[in-house]
Design a protein around this ligand. Sequence first.
Ligand SMILES: Cc1cc2nc3c(=O)[nH]c(=O)nc-3n(C[C@H](O)[C@H](O)[C@H](O)COP(=O)(O)O)c2cc1C
Ligand code: SF4
Length: 368
Amino acid sequence: MKHYPYIFTPMVVHGRVLKNRLAMSRAIPTFTVGVEDEKPMASALTYVGDMAAAGASIVPLPAVVLPNPHTRPMQMPPRPFEMDDEEEGKMPKPDDGLPTEKTHTEGVDLSLRNNRIFYARMASAVHSYGALCSMGISDAEPRGWDISDVPLEVLEELPDRFARAAADYASLGVDVMNVHMSYGGTLLCRSLSRRNRRTDKYGGETIEERARLTLEVFRRVRAVCPDCILQVQISGEEPGAYTTEDLCRYVKLWEGLVDLIQLRGATDAAAHPSGVNSVRGKPVTLEYAKKLKASGTSIRVGVVGGYGDPELMERALKNGDCDLIYMSRALIAEPDYAEKLLEGRGEDVTPCLLCNKCHVRPGDPDFG
Ligand SMILES: Cc1cc2nc3c(=O)[nH]c(=O)nc-3n(C[C@H](O)[C@H](O)[C@H](O)COP(=O)(O)O)c2cc1C
Ligand code: SF4
């Protein structure tokens, strides 16, 4: 019988207790979100409860519960609520000029009463397991711009946009605010890139100059949510944009503002659910984490992508290679994940098969 004391050692982050070192990275199967009788489907509530029951100390809430006609969410709602061509045509484009107020979460989703009630219910479902819940606040960003082309006034507005979304989610019981900065997908991570060609205050040759936008956003979020955990999900390197050594220097500048770093693979393909996002027994994000920890950061460092083997995870935590392990599919595959480990039955854990059926829409002909 094997026990895992390091996995089950609690950790205090920004005054909040994480009951163990198992967190969940954002992973909401499409079939769990949608609308029934003009209310969010109960399955999203069941799902976040299941993930908390599986033992995650942090459980992400779905980005979209009711359909939002003004943004194309990263996490697509089920088919009946997809935008038709007419709605798609109404979406703001970068060349329409400044994005409207309705292009971010604060403007639409959370103004819907049912959605607000539902978020609060999901948060309390997670809390009832002694876990914390997280929510992405990067929908506050307008989409589709290249960092070098965004009008200055759009970037100057960003800190307030993030702060409004964060304050709103905090009022609903969300504990962890997640800023999506992985694989070049958002303006904030593009601002850090060597490809950032801006000549104003948000660009420049140095790490310090390119960090300015992120620092302004983090400071504003911190100011309105002093008690929340601020988590940044970011690739450990981005070829052509920044190296892991660059990242270590950025992270140094974020000391005292950011509480948790969730390290992802370099590209979408390497970080998203796939059978090849990690070499078995040698996860790439652990190599990034080792470098970040060696840089002396006091920010807690977590890894994601292909984890689930308790022996490997226990060893990584014991060695101090990382502080936290984020998982998605391992927790979906095994609803009693933490319980089995706690009982010393790690060998009984049902492994994820990496089939990725949880990541597709029901009925997708490619997946049967
Ligand atoms: C069903 C599903 C939905 C996901 N949706 C998102 C998402 O909306 N945003 C995101 O950043 N990652 C998303 N992911 C990626 C996971 O957070 C994670 O990075 C990936 O699954 C690799 O970790 P794993 O091997 O522990 O599953 C999703 C994963 C799954 C399985
Ligand atoms: S076995 Fe397949 S459906 Fe189940 S969690 Fe793993 S990838 Fe998802």
